[in-house]
Design a protein around this ligand. Structure first.
Ligand code: HEC
Length: 135
């Protein structure tokens, strides 16, 4: 029995999807991972989308919850927004600056390109990776 539990643990940790790898595969071609605001302004002409650090920080700031007593609840709501946006992007729900939207256009839907597990892992990575990192 002990053996069985152990091997189940090993298997599930092997199967755990690395959100950063999903980012590299599915998002990095458009969203730069780390860049300063100053560099962003300099390179604006070559960027295809807002840098991921900006996306992450902006969503965390814009999504406010009444009774925001629990960070995990905030994380859950932001992660849910990201998961939904990747599949159903649209002007109405985008929290991007109007100028950025005009420049980049609305993000193309990534529907069918990610498994549910990959989508979940990458959305959590977008939240977690940038905690404490300033844009
Ligand atoms: C083909 C280019 C492209 C790819 C690939 C792409 N994005 Fe985007 N994304 C954009 C653009 C352009 C915007 C800005 C316009 C908008 O908000 O729709 C954007 C906006 C977003 C936003 C919304 C930000 C806001 O403030 O509302 C999120 C969240 C996001 N992307 C996450 C992702 C994730 C996660 C992936 C990978 C799974 C990804 N994107 C892949 C182009 C891309």
């Amino acid at each position: 029995m002990k053996h069985l539990i152990l091997s189940t643990l090993v298997v599930s940790s092997l199967l755990a999807i690395d959100g950063e790898k999903v980012y590299e595969k599915a998002c990095a071609s458009c969203h730069v991972k780390m860049i300063s605001k100053k560099e962003t302004l300099k390179k604006l002409g070559t960027l295809k989308a807002p840098p991921m650090i900006e996306v992450s920080n902006q969503l965390k700031g814009n999504i406010k919850i009444v009774d925001d007593i629990d960070d995990m609840i905030h994380r859950g709501v932001v992660v849910a927004f990201i998961k939904d946006y990747v599949i159903n992007p649209d002007v109405e729900s985008s929290m991007c600056h109007a100028m950025a939207l005009e420049k980049f256009g609305v993000m193309p839907s990534q529907k069918g390109k990610l498994t549910d597990e990959e989508l979940d892992a990458v959305a959590k990575w977008v939240y977690d990776y940038y905690i404490g990192k300033k844009f």
